[in-house]
Design a protein around this ligand. Sequence first.
Ligand code: CA2
Length: 148
Amino acid sequence: MKILVLNGPNLNLLGTREPEQYGHATLADVQHLCELTAKALGHEVECFQSNHEGELIDKIHAYGRLHRDGQALGAVFNPGAFTHTSVALHDAIKGTGLPVVEIHISNVHAREAFRHHSYVSPVAKGVVVGLGIQGYALAIQGLAGSAL
Ligand code: CA2
C-alpha cells in the first residue's frame, strides 16, 4: 500500500538553518528514513513537499481517492506553519476522509503560544510531536498499525 509523506512550507530548508530547533538532518534524510520504515512494514512511500497550500490540498485530494480505492493507507503530514493557520487543510482532510498522522519535529507546545493551536489535529488520527525526524518513522508505524 502507498503512504504519502507530506511536508509543508519551509521544510525544504531542513538541515540548513536552526539546527537547535530542527536538528541537522535534511529533507532527503527524512525521505530515506521514511522509505526504509515503510519498506520494513511492506509498504511504499511517496514524499512530497510544497510551500504552497493549494498544492498540499491537491495532494490530499489525490490520496483521498487512492485511499477510497484501497491503494493508499493514508498520509504522514507535517503541515509546517500552515498547522496554525489553515482551515483549508482541515477541510481537505475532513472532506476526503484520508487518514492522516500529523507530525512536528519540534515540541510545538514548548514554543511560542501561536504554535500551540493546530487546525489539523482535530481531523488527524494521531499526532507525533517533539521527537525530531524519528517522529516520521513513528507516524508511519502508527498509520500502518492502525490499518490492521
Ligand atoms: O516542528 C515542526 O515540525 C514544525 O511543523 C516546523 C514548522 C513550524 O512552523 C511549526 O510550528 C512546527 C517550520 C518549518 C520550517 O523549517 C525550517 C527548517 C530549517 C530552517 C528553517 C525552517
